[in-house]
Design a protein around this ligand. Structure first.
Ligand code: FAD
Length: 345
């Protein structure tokens, strides 16, 4: 257990570990990805439709005429066909679910997304929106042969308002790249997670991702100010307000936050970015009981106030797993529980 003074001291003592520890999740992410890809070379996971015995809806199968339409709309290089080319897009990050899509489309603009969805709706073709495909619950890959609509090329930052800190961008911006972009303006994206090098801001909004800094910056329902989305019919819903104190009528954007692509494809986002902290420090603590973890959490919240930006706990077996697989040495001796406490300001 720590009082405020001890906690501040522990944080400054541990700051030299901060860089390595901050990279821990990214390393884990890379390690998992390599491990999964190496193991999946030998054995593909079972098709989702077989494993769960789900019945395909009454949708049409894609044909030559459909391909011709998409090729005319996007050009030959933004439509990908073929089982091996689509393997990574048909299988989720955990390698637990697998679809059988044969076509992936890469629109660049809202208008193209609208044309695709309107056409698919008219021709009864099922679709699956996909961002960075880092989702852990299988929603990012098709179940059957749905057309994958990837936001990979929708990666433009449209505007950074340095007065208000509101950033407007397309939904396919990779979280880490967006954060680096806004860093040049002294801002940060109020969301950080282990998959930041691959996940898209549109995927984050569609999953209402929480991440490491939720404790300080709150959920995306608070920081996302505006959303533009295209409905299945092709209709564009423009809720791209950048005004924080907007109390006019229904706030439709909230429906899209966390809707996992079930209501439409998110094409643009306006997000409130806070000032980038000048200093970040991290403490890594060892504790003997879970009760002490809770007490330390309460102490951190009350003593560190607004500079507390992240607080997580790890149990012994989880840390041992990291040690074994990443060949990392823990910064402190063995304990039942560990805590990562980050301050920034
Ligand atoms: C190492 C690692 C750490 C993670 N840490 C966290 C964490 O701390 N907190 C957390 O919440 N999650 C975490 N995740 C899960 C995942 O990264 C998040 O859910 C992320 O927000 C998904 O973004 P994505 O772009 O990869 O979306 P995808 O995985 O591609 O898609 C996720 C869902 O959103 C839909 N979707 C994607 N883009 C759009 C769009 N533009 N419009 C409509 N629907 C769309 C897809 O259809 C799917 O249903 C982690 C994952 C990994 C691998």
């Amino acid at each position: 257990m720590f009082g405020g003074k001890e906690l501040r001291h522990a944080i400054s003592m541990a700051s030299r570990w901060s860089r390595a520890s901050c990279n821990l999740r990214s390393n884990l992410y890379r390690w998992n990805k390599t491990f999964i890809h190496t193991s999946s070379c030998h054995r593909k996971c079972e098709l989702t439709s077989k494993r769960y015995q789900v019945k395909r809806g009454k949708y049409n199968e894609i044909n030559e005429e459909n391909i011709k339409f998409f090729t005319e709309l996007l050009g030959p290089h933004r439509i990908i066909e073929g089982e091996s080319e689509l393997e990574g897009h048909n299988t989720d990050w955990l390698d637990t679910v697998r679809g059988a899509s044969s076509v992936l489309l890469k629109p660049k603009t809202t208008e193209e997304v609208s044309a695709i969805l309107s056409y698919c709706n008219h021709h009864r073709l099922a679709v699956c929106p996909q961002g960075g495909n880092t989702g852990l619950v299988g929603g990012s890959v098709p179940v059957f042969d749905e057309i994958i609509i990837s936001t990979n090329l929708m990666n433009k930052v449209e505007n950074v308002d340095t007065w208000s800190g509101v950033v407007r961008c397309q939904s396919g911006c990779v979280l880490e790249a967006l954060d680096q972009h806004v860093a040049d303006f002294g801002l940060m994206v109020p969301l950080d997670l282990g998959a930041k090098g691959s996940c898209h801001i549109g995927g984050n909004v569609s999953t209402n991702a929480g991440g490491l800094r939720l404790l300080r910056y709150g959920s995306l329902h608070g920081s996302v100010l505006g959303v533009e989305a295209v409905l299945a019919s092709g209709e564009v819903v423009d809720c791209m307000t950048a005004m924080k104190k907007d109390n006019t009528g229904y706030d439709l954007k909230h429906l899209f936050i966390g809707s996992e692509g079930t209501l439409g494809l998110v094409t643009k986002i306006a997000i409130q970015c806070p000032p980038r902290p000048q200093a970040v420090n991290l403490a890594f603590l060892g504790l003997s009981t879970y009760e002490n973890v809770l007490k330390t959490y309460v102490a951190a919240k009350s003593k560190l106030g607004e500079i507390l930006s992240s607080c997580e706990f790890i149990d012994r077996s989880s840390l041992e797993c990291v040690e074994e697989n990443l060949k990392l040495k823990p910064p402190i001796s063995s304990h039942e529980y560990y805590m990562l406490i980050e301050t920034s300001g």
